[in-house]
Design a protein around this ligand. Sequence first.
Ligand code: GLP
Length: 249
Amino acid sequence: MQVTVLADAEAVAETVAERLLQARRGSDQRPLGLATGRTMVPVYAALRRRFDRLSAPEQQAIRQGWRSFNLDEYVGLGPSDPRSFAAFMAEQLQGPLGLAPIQVQLPDGLALDSQQEAGRYREALIAAGGIGLQLLGLGSNGHVGFNEPPCPANAPCRCLELSSATRRQNAAAFGGDPAAVPERAITLGTAEILSARHLLLVVTGAAKAEILRRSLQEPSCSEVPASWLQHHPRLEVVVDRAALGTFLQ
Ligand code: GLP
């Protein structure tokens, strides 16, 4: 595990954005695995700024080769709903970088059969060669993607019920009302996440310090799904000082 500690969320965003661009420029053309959430807002802003500074041919090369699969989507929300992760990605990345919608894949939250959609998404990812670099945030209850505890290390892409902790955590995007947060989501499983060639866990802010410590320092267990990441041979962790807290130092 390689841990990089930076001064603040802004420095983290710059480093992670550069890492994502590097991955797109590298020889491994497997799709990127992308994440949503507040942690990623400055990351995508930094990515857009860096992309804008590239020459036209460099931009074109990145555009042409771009393929990404997002971790998750709420069941019941489609791209036209601004609270969907599809809308988040369209606004943060797909539109500004000039990518075709098909280049930025997400599970279809409006699919009639969500479990079947999870299977289709998993197959599409396998057909694309699996994830090269997987970007991950950390839920305050230790979830990655929407893999809610308890979750084994080999859970597949599936539709699941969100915990009340997660619905509270994400309520801000739903007018502050946890009950307005969809009850279910489709998420890549720990199985697909751990199959990625590289993992890049990004954590900022003091509120995540304790769950980050439990994820990285305590023995892996299903109660803290992010703790399975410890076993990945190429795990990079980029955090700010606040998220590191007094641990791991
Ligand atoms: C969300 C997403 C995760 C995200 C995490 C942290 O619910 N499903 O992919 O990484 O929780 O979110 P935030 O960055 O807003 O704290």
